[in-house]
Design a protein around this ligand. Sequence first.
Ligand code: G3H
Ligand code: 13P
Ligand code: ZN
Length: 397
Amino acid sequence: MPTALVIIDYTKCEPCVRAYTRAVYKETFKVSRNYSKECSLRKSLAFFGGLNLCIKYCVDQVVFADLEDRLEITLRPRFLLTSLQDLIKYKMLVSLNEILPRARKKGYGVGAFNTSNLEITQAIVRAGVELNSPIIVETSEKAIKYAGIENIAEMIITIAKKVKVPVVLHLDHGRSFDIVRACIKNHYTSVMIDGSHLPFKENLKLTRRVVRFAHKYQVSVEAELGRLAGIEDDISVKRDEAIYTEPDQAKRFFEESECDALAIAIGTSHGAYKFKGRPKLRIDILKEIANLVKIPLVLHGASGVKRKWINRVNRFGGRLAHTRGVPDRLIREAVKNGISKINTDTDLRIAFTAGLREYLVKHPENFDPRKSLSYARELMVGVVKQRIEVFGSVNQA
Ligand code: G3H
Ligand code: 13P
Ligand code: ZN
């Protein structure tokens, strides 16, 4: 067991922390500025769980300094709550483990939507709230680079902590231990380690290392096995290099890595250009995997890329080729057969672009970005809501 140094910096409500810590730890923390306490984390999970509750109540800032990994994370309270009713009323940022196992059990999917700015984030969270659905907000490494990790994380947390539906802040396609570490430091509640480009053994080794680390902070881990075609971050996989996930390998991978969710390759690909001919998913492979792998399964590259949206972009000066995404009926079939998390990025990019183009063309006199961006944001809310309905997570918050 690692030893952790827990520093409770200062509090908003000293009596509450005193009472709470006394109840949980059977001792009173001397609550004062820069109070520090070294403790052996023999009951680490219970300890962190308790502390998390405590943070939700009224601790202003807690620093976990994990001496073993030399990582310091400053946790801000997700909510500054004043009463137990508030705690019940408001949900908080959660990890995949708090929403996906239920989704798998009940047979619905939860949408994971990529963001890189304010408007996309607002659209995703608002759609979740309006349909009372849990929601996963995710950022790729490129999005993090674009916005800055602190900026994007703080922004998403600020938006998410005000709402009553559970929100996960998730790293999408993390390629290295370092990016995972940086995300956990910046309060992500979930990470994906994508070693799918590596040989099986190396993927497993990297995933295990990430799982061991992330679980210390109650952060969930999604891993990937198999290879999707398309481009994500700067890695491009040609159609003929894509590899379906092999069910027996998937079983061994999840058992040995202890990951919390597994992304599999069953015929989708990233980006707007997914299928040459008729869209097809290997539901037979999915069924086999779902039989052997009991953790939630993830479908990447799931955008619908609907004709009406391509037309809308092109009507206002765009030049997108006509293409096919994953039809809603195939998404429903995938969910029915064991997919619990569905990733969407391209559909939001297209709706955003359509909105901007349309607004700017229709209002040539406008030079207030807030107007064009609001219009684009509304369109994205509509797309996210439509996806949530297809996934079946309406009223599952
Ligand atoms: O998985 C791919 C996502 O669409 C992320 O794309 O790396 O361009 O942000 P990005
Ligand atoms: P799309 O490109 O189909 O939206 O997939 C996004 C994705 O899988 C993000 O990880
Ligand atoms: Zn993906």
